[in-house]
Write a protein that binds this ligand. Structure first.
Ligand SMILES: [Cu+2]
Length: 257
C-alpha cells in the first residue's frame, strides 16, 4: 500500500486545449501528508490496473454522465477495481485533489459505502451509499451568478483544487468506498455528473453506522425529474436557494430505527 508522492496532472489539462468540451475528474487524494495517486484516463490502463499502489476504481473518461439511470453514475467505472486501500482513521480528513476544475454551478457531494470484507468483489451499483458531506450554493444573488462551493474551490493560480472532507468520527471501522460527485448544472435541463470512487480502510474504535433511510444505491439515489437536477438555473433569475439532491447527510449520530 505504498504512497506515490508524484502529483498526477490530469486529463483536464489536455481538455483545456479543446475548442468546446472541457470536463474533468478526480485522480488524486491526500490524507495528512501522504499523496495517493489514483487512475489517470490518459495513461494506458495496463500501466495502472492491478498495480499494488492503485487505490481508485478505474475510470476511462473525463466526460460527464448525463442520466441518473446510467449505471456509471456510481463510479464512472466500466473497469477494474483497485488493489489497495487508503488507510484513514475515523475523524480524519481526506482531501480530493483536482486541477483546474472548470464548471461553476451545481452541488458537490461525498458518499461512503461499506464493502464488507472486500471492496474489490462488490458491485458498485449494489452497495449502499450514504452521504457524509455536501455543499451547494453558498451565496446569492441567484443560482446562475451566485457563489457555489464548486466555483469557490477552484484555483487557477497553479495550485490544485482541494476538497477536504472529514470521515465521521463515530463511524465504525471497516473497508469502504468513497465516492466524490460533482454535479454541474450550468447547461439548462442537462445535468452533468462527475463521480469517482476510491477504496478506504477506515480504522478506529467507533461503532456507529447510518440507519437504513440514509442508504442509497446508484442508480437509485436520484430522480431524473428532481427539480434540483432537471433545472434551468437561468430562468427565473430571482431564485437564491437550492436543495442538494440525494437526501440529508448522515451526521454521524446513531439514530434509533
Ligand atoms: Cu464539462
Amino acid at each position: 500500500m505504498a504512497a506515490v508522492i508524484v502529483p498526477l496532472f490530469l486529463a483536464v489539462l489536455a481538455a483545456l486545449s479543446g475548442p468546446v468540451v472541457a470536463h474533468g475528474g478526480l485522480a488524486n487524494y491526500t490524507v495528512g501528508e501522504t499523496w495517493y495517486r489514483g487512475y489517470d484516463p490518459n495513461t494506458p490502463a495496463a500501466e495502472q490496473v492491478g498495480q499494488p499502489w492503485m487505490i481508485q476504481r478505474q475510470w476511462d473518461s473525463i466526460d460527464p454522465i448525463f442520466s441518473v439511470d446510467d449505471k456509471y453514475i456510481a463510479c464512472n467505472n466500466p473497469g477494474s477495481p483497485p488493489v489497495s486501500y487508503i488507510p484513514i482513521r475515523a475523524g480524519e480528513n481526506i482531501t480530493a485533489v483536482y486541477w483546474y476544475w472548470l464548471h461553476p454551478v451545481g452541488p458537490m457531494t461525498v458518499w461512503l459505502a461499506s464493502c464488507g470484507h472486500d471492496c474489490n468483489s462488490v458491485d458498485v451499483n449494489e452497495v449502499e451509499w450514504f452521504k457524509i458531506w455536501e455543499a451547494g450554493l453558498l451565496a446569492g444573488p441567484n443560482l446562475a451568478e451566485g457563489v457555489w462551493y464548486q466555483k469557490q474551490f477552484q484555483n487557477w493560480d497553479g495550485e490544485p483544487d482541494l476538497w477536504p472532507v472529514t470521515i465521521p468520527t463515530s463511524l465504525r471501522p471497516g473497508l469502504y468506498m468513497i465516492r466524490h460527485e460533482i454535479l454541474s448544472i450550468h447547461i439548462e435541463n442537462k445535468p452533468q455528473f462527475y463521480p469517482e470512487c476510491a477504496n478506504l480502510n477506515i480504522t478506529g474504535a467507533a461503532t456507529a453506522f447510518p440507519p437504513k433511510e440514509y442508504l442509497k444505491k446508484f442508480p437509485g439515489a436520484y430522480e431524473a425529474n428532481d427539480p434540483s437536477i432537471k433545472i434551468n438555473v437561468y430562468v427565473p433569475d430571482d431564485v437564491s436557494n437550492y436543495t442538494i439532491p440525494g437526501g440529508p447527510i448522515w451526521d454521524g449520530l446513531v439514530i434509533s430505527r
